[in-house]
Design a protein around this ligand. Sequence first.
Ligand SMILES: C[S@@+](CC[C@H](N)C(=O)[O-])C[C@H]1O[C@@H](n2cnc3c(N)ncnc32)[C@H](O)[C@@H]1O
Length: 246
Amino acid sequence: MVGHPCVGGQRVQFWRYSGNDTRFSLTTSDDESLLTSGALWFGSHYLAHYIANQTANLDFSGKTVLEIGTGTGFVGIALAAIDIGIRRIIFTDLESQLSTVIANVELNKELFARSNIEVVVMPYSFGQSVGDFYRALMSKGFDWTVDVIIGADIAYDVSLHDPLYQTLEQFLRNEQKPAKLAIICEEMRWKDIYNWFFELITGGNLRLKLHEQVADEFAAKFTVEISDSCTSSNPTSSKMYVSILE
Ligand SMILES: C[S@@+](CC[C@H](N)C(=O)[O-])C[C@H]1O[C@@H](n2cnc3c(N)ncnc32)[C@H](O)[C@@H]1O
């Protein structure tokens, strides 16, 4: 499979960003019933790297973060490991795709406790009503408001664009509980597909604060060390796009 830095039941053990070393464990899955959620994608590495290096501009302190299409949970777990003051993380994916992140959250429960971060894993499908999302969260006993939405490699299919846009708009324009920011990172595998997504955003009701094309050398800026059985590959594109939406 292309674009997977790590597939199939392998364990990430170490992450380096910007010269800082961070340790945490995380396992990918080769369960064939999983779509793309069991693998670790480059967009997730870059998104975590990007946020870790933008702490002067992006304030995560005390924030409730919602990760959509979380897959393995890499981004949220990496952000917990670098401890940028996040208060809560809600990891979400399609209901059928949650097994990998559930296992990884369990694996990292001490890390979350040490960083004082409350964590929930729950189903959320792009386009699903935000009212239903908050009702489901409340039914678990959490009266939380999402401040920041994060997502990596989630706009790769045109059929996801409309529902994904609806999710972003519903959260960012919510009258009762407006989220402040969404940060989405895409590896530029299929230029047209991502350009259609960006057109949808700019043609709509959301403000695209930054649409950054990252230099080709991004991969050299961070490393992820994985167990010896891991099949490591290079990104299929040399470009990552980070969209910051308000
Ligand atoms: C390419 S993977 C990226 C996973 C992870 N964010 C990463 O970068 O490693 C796409 C993710 O989006 C999820 N996904 C696909 N369609 C979805 C939908 N309609 N609603 C919510 N999540 C969806 C998949 O289950 C999968 O976890």
